[in-house]
Design a protein around this ligand. Structure first.
Ligand code: NAD
Ligand code: ZN
Length: 687
């Protein structure tokens, strides 16, 4: 291939990856591979400047703006950072700094490079007025309402802020991120709903910040580490001063930064954090080294794409080679069969890895792995271990190498697996008789977000099934004390060999029965989620409960009626229809009805408490300490008030809960609607 052809190819490829990454929050290749290709293009362009294309990704910041949000032109451009994976290049960069500063002394501030999305926040008269994405560097998306859901970002600066020298007009920049815990929680939910989990916290954060529904954004507990202060006036002389002032003024500045005076010290900082960073609450991908003194920064200046006074050192994704001992298969609640690599234990990013996901049959094919091979394991997005390739060098000496072939039959019930068109997963169609599917459905039913019977956790369901006491979740409601007392089983962890005995003693049994009884009070929406209709997650469960009010109406709903519900698409609607066509499912629902579960929403007024809200219309936003949505609506009705679904001038009160939707608040403010807190509402009804 000629240089010209290669330049064209790389330009097209990289533009494509940029488009995917910034527009759709999808990584088709790893960051490291991306950076390698970009370096190659840079090098070729330097050798052949005449061949450099106008749309080259080396010219500009990679991001874009969207049509979904208003566009804001940045007062100061938001650039990228030049990056490197090697110490050698850091030393070269340091040499260039020395040259420009003609050997005058300088200091570096070393910071962790948080892996989320760049945000710019503008404060005017002390108020947070704007939150904007980096976009293409010149202009970004106005996502103020979403940014305002970040609790660590003051909506108004403290009185101290001005004294600290921040002034009333300034811009701050930071990395908006999704805490690892939230990322894991969302993925658990997605898996429970039979959907694809998200690849990594960065992409999840990027996707969430650009959502239209800020109530959903608020539920995801996004956060932001602030790392830059900008203003018209010279408030600070150094970066250090600004960080200290921001922190004192209540901004979320991570304490991990450090001031050093040589590149060697910066390299020590890099080494120090290479493992320690995994204990931080969010994903990180490197270290940023910045000149401390603002005057020196000015001398050093910028390229079109990044400042010359800073550089990012990126950690290579940690990859190790270990032996593939075998492949096991897990059958999920929905019957999907996932292959899992069993590995000789190896330490990656501070944790011992013994298993890695192989995703599906296509992935096994792509990797071409054999049992006995040495394989490279990597932590993708720093979280889920995966196998990237066979370590041919080490594997070639192995005598025992047996090609991995995806199973043809269900590892649990031996039914022949099927694959639906357009789907990657092989599925066991024996929905009714396949043990892990049955167990999975019951475990789904008892989880916290559904019927919340946590006294049945930790392998107890398995024992009940094995003793023939339950066949589905509805059977839980006919269990008796005598049936349960004395049951026991020793669970042995396959990997560690550690044994754990679960036994049903008196106290345990009492707790279990109590938990089962209490679950009868769980609202209809949770029951709907718990019965496990495919694609009906927690939120969809709530929307369906709100809309249809009881199980019969839902059961009789037509396809058209179903897709009229917010959040319900064709796939979900069809799945609901299929569910209620099945005789066994109908019998299951019937059993739940007999057991006394909540199969209708409770906002029918059962009892009149008073008339304190007579003639008033009320609406709420956010979540509440003492009420679920249904309970709050019931409370309004029980006190003579009218709950309405939309915000208007005529509304008497908007009850504002925690993580209230900022767009709703802004609208209410504009309309002049009176807002009250949960406490004020309670005072009102008990008056
Ligand atoms: N996998 C893919 O398909 C794909 C595609 C496009 C880009 N990428 C990745 O994204 C990179 C380009 O993204 P980029 O331009 O945002 O660069 P970058 O993420 O490498 O570095 C710049 C960004 O770092 C962030 N940052 C985090 N902590 C910081 C701190 N303490 N101080 C200053 N900044 C901090 C800021 O948001 C800043 O905009 C590429 O190098 C590549 O690794 C990957
Ligand atoms: Zn099966």
């Amino acid at each position: 291939m000629t240089s010209s052809e290669r330049i064209n190819q790389l330009t097209d490829q990289l533009n494509h990856y940029n488009q995917k990454y910034y527009q759709e929050a999808i990584s088709e290749i790893s960051d490291q591979e991306f950076d390698l290709l970009l370096k190659e293009l840079e090098k070729l362009e330097n050798e052949h400047p005449d061949l450099k294309r106008e749309d080259s990704p080396t010219h500009r910041v990679g991001g874009t703006i969207t049509k979904e949000f208003p566009t804001v032109v940045h007062k100061y451009p938001m650039l990228s950072l030049s990056n490197t994976y090697s110490e050698e290049e850091l030393l070269e960069w340091d040499e260039r700094i020395k040259k420009v500063l003609t050997d005058r002394p300088y200091e570096y501030i070393c910071e962790i490079k948080f892996d989320g999305i760049s945000l710019s926040m503008t404060y005017e008269d002390g108020y947070l007025r704007k939150g904007v994405t980096r976009g293409d560097g010149t202009q970004g998306d106005d996502i103020t309402t979403n940014v305002k859901t970040i609790r660590s970002l003051p909506l108004k600066t403290s009185k101290q802020a001005e004294k600290l020298g921040l002034g009333a007009q300034f811009e701050i920049r930071g990395e908006g991120f999704m805490p690892t815990k939230v990322f894991e929680r969302i993925n658990e939910d997605l898996i429970a709903e039979g959907k694809e989990p998200l690849a990594n916290p960065r992409n999840s954060a990027a996707g969430t910040f650009k959502m239209q529904d800020s109530a959903v954004v608020a539920s995801r507990d996004l956060d932001c580490y602030v790392y830059q202060y900008l203003s018209e006036d010279d408030h600070f002389k150094t970066h250090e001063e600004s960080l200290l002032a921001l922190k004192k003024a209540g901004f979320n500045v991570s304490d991990s930064w450090k001031k050093v005076s040589t590149i060697e010290e910066a390299i020590s900082y890099i080494n120090e954090w290479s493992d320690k960073r995994h204990s931080l609450p969010c994903a990180t991908d490197g270290i940023v080294i910045k000149i401390n003194d603002y005057a020196q920064r000015e001398e050093l200046g910028f390229t079109a794409k990044s400042p010359r006074w800073a550089i990012a050192y990126k950690y290579k994704a940690e990859s190790k080679s270990t032996k593939l001992l075998g492949v096991t298969y897990q059958v999920g609640r929905t019957g999907a069969v996932t292959p899992v690599a069993e590995l000789e234990p190896v330490i990656l990013s501070m944790t011992t890895v013994k298993r890695a996901t192989l995703h599906n049959a296509d992935e096994i094919e792509r990797l071409g792995i054999s049992i006995g091979d040495y394989v490279f394991v990597e932590k993708a997005g720093e979280i889920i271990p995966k196998i990237t390739a066979v370590d041919e060098q080490r594997s070639s000496n192995e005598l025992f190498r047996q090609k991995v072939e995806f199973v043809k039959n269900c590892p649990a019930c031996h039914t022949e697996l099927i694959r639906n068109e357009g789907e990657a997963a092989w599925v066991c169609p024996n929905e009714k008789g396949c043990p892990p599917q049955i167990k999975g459905r019951i475990e789904h039913f008892i989880q916290r977000k559904a019927l919340d019977i946590d006294s049945l956790g930790e392998g107890k369901i398995e024992i009940l099934i094995e003793n023939g006491l339950i066949e589905d979740a509805a059977d839980l409601y006919s269990l008796t004390f005598d049936q349960l007392l004395g049951l026991e089983k020793v669970h042995v962890d396959e990997l560690t060999g550690k044994a754990r005995k679960v036994s049903f003693k008196e106290k345990t049994v009492e707790n279990i029965l109590k938990g089962i009884e209490a679950s009868k009070n769980q609202p209809f929406s949770k029951v709907l989620f718990g019965i496990g209709i495919r694609f009906v997650g927690q939120t969809t469960g709530e929307k369906l409960a709100d809309y249809f009010m009881n199980i019969e109406t839902l059961q009789n709903a037509t396809f058209e009626q179903l897709i009229a519900v917010p959040d319900v698409g064709e796939k979900v609607a069809q799945s609901i229809i299929d569910f209620f066509k099945d005789e066994d499912n109908l019998r299951f629902i019937e059993k739940l009805k007999v057991a006394g579960l909540q199969l209708e929403a409770q906002n029918v007024v059962k009892e009149v408490e008073g008339n304190a809200l007579e003639g008033m219309t009320l609406l709420y936003t956010g979540t509440f300490k003492n009420y679920s949505r249904e309970e709050l609506e019931q409370k309004i009705a029980a006190n003579g008030g009218k709950f309405v679904k939309s915000l208007s001038k005529k509304l008497t009160y908007l009850i504002v809960g925690e993580s209230a939707g900022p767009s709703k608040l802004a609208k209410a403010e504009k309309l002049g609607v009176k807002m009250i807190s949960e406490e004020e509402f309670e005072a009102l009804v008990s008056a």
